[in-house]
Design a binder for this molecule. Structure first.
Ligand code: XIL
Length: 350
């Protein structure tokens, strides 16, 4: 009987992945659970923490099967002078990902921020600006065409809350067509890559979502090579907003019904300081709601957080009253949000 039971254990373990008796000291990593949901679980990775903090690199490789280049492929870093491209830092992240069997999400080919001074202060005709955009995208997306299969092509083209196109150097210099040109150039450079429009606060109902919906529906209908919409999912409002992701699944479905993929691309849930146990519990609910929304839609296969540990997060320097937005604390200990994600991934397969 005992022998038979022993034979049974590995068999059962391979079928029923939920084994409630794991010790919390040696949890199985999120990427293992994500695989059985056919989901990429990722983190933004900055060059400095990757090279300076071995613990960060180990944790990212352990937990995630995807990395997004946090800053290293933005124009300001990768294209520092008109005729100069510098791929040193991006290459380090891509090499790290390869060595650890992780996919890479490229971020981002067109944005209004973190552009080099030569671009923002320059004077260009419309044709010159289009040529610059073409050269940039062909060079960057082309270099990584075999290694980067997902791109946030155009980032934040709409105003923060309205449905108006944002006043950027691209809109002023080229007109609204800069968006479809960017997708065309990216497709020419990386024909097998999935190309996304990426923005924030579009999980809510309102003019911004409507405008993004109309844009991507139009691009798709006209045959522009767009494959999906990235929902950044920065929960800016505060953790008392436990309902602010409640519409997310509905928004995902609307986009998916257009025949487009959806992705969560930059999830974090900042806490208005000071952080309390109740706030951590609310934060876990929001992380879980976002993951459940993604799992509820067949066309959502990517779940990326904007960092892993509160040791490295963009939040406190941009929103000084907020912090502790990620799923591991400063000492890499899992927070309630980590366990919420793990439990959701270990739950029923979608
Ligand atoms: C942030 C980075 O995390 C910071 O390190 C940088 O200083 C500013 O940009 N939306 C985006 C990301 O699309 O590129 C931003 O990343 C966060 C908001």
């Amino acid at each position: 009987m005992v022998v038979a039971f022993r034979w049974f254990v590995p068999l059962l373990a391979s079928v029923a992945v939920v084994t409630p008796c794991w010790s919390q000291e040696t949890p199985r990593p999120l990427r293992e659970f994500a695989r059985r949901q056919r989901l990429l679980v990722g983190t933004a990775v900055g060059y400095s923490e990757l090279v300076d903090d071995p613990r960060f690199a180990q944790t990212a490789a352990r937990e995630c099967n995807l990395v997004t280049t946090e800053n290293e492929l933005k124009w300001g870093i990768v294209h520092p002078a008109p005729d100069t491209f510098d791929f040193t830092r991006a290459d380090a992240i891509v090499d790290f990902a390869r060595a650890n069997r992780m996919k890479v999400r490229g971020h981002t080919l067109v944005w209004h921020q973190q552009n080099p001074a030569w671009l923002t202060n320059g004077t260009f005709t419309r044709d010159e600006l289009i040529a610059l955009l073409r050269t940039h995208i062909h060079t960057v997306a082309g270099r990584y065409r075999r290694r980067i299969k997902h791109w946030d092509v155009v980032n934040e083209a709409f105003d923060d809350a309205s449905g108006t196109l944002r006043d950027t150097l691209w809109l002023r210099g080229i007109g609204p067509e800069y968006i479809e040109l960017a997708f065309q150039f990216a497709h020419e450079a990386a024909p097998r890559a999935k190309l996304f429009y990426n923005d924030f606060l579009i999980e809510l109902i309102g003019p911004k979502f409507d405008a993004v919906y109309a844009l991507v529906a139009d691009l798709k209908a006209r045959g522009v090579p767009i494959h999906g919409v990235g929902f950044q999912a920065h929960a800016f409002l505060s953790t008392s907003c436990t309902t602010c992701f409640d519409q997310m699944a509905t928004r995902f479905k609307q986009i998916a019904d257009l025949g487009l993929e959806v992705a969560i691309t930059e999830l974090d849930v900042p806490i208005v300081q000071p952080t309390t146990p109740a706030a951590l519990a609310d934060q876990a609910v929001l992380y879980d709601t976002a993951l459940a929304a993604c799992l509820s839609v067949r066309r959502c296969r990517t779940f990326v957080m904007w960092g892993l540990t509160d040791r490295y997060s963009w939040i406190p320097s941009f929103f000084p009253t907020m912090d502790d937005a990620l799923i591991l604390d400063r000492d890499y200990a899992p927070k309630p949000a980590y366990f919420a994600l793990r439990d959701r991934l270990a739950g029923p397969r979608r």
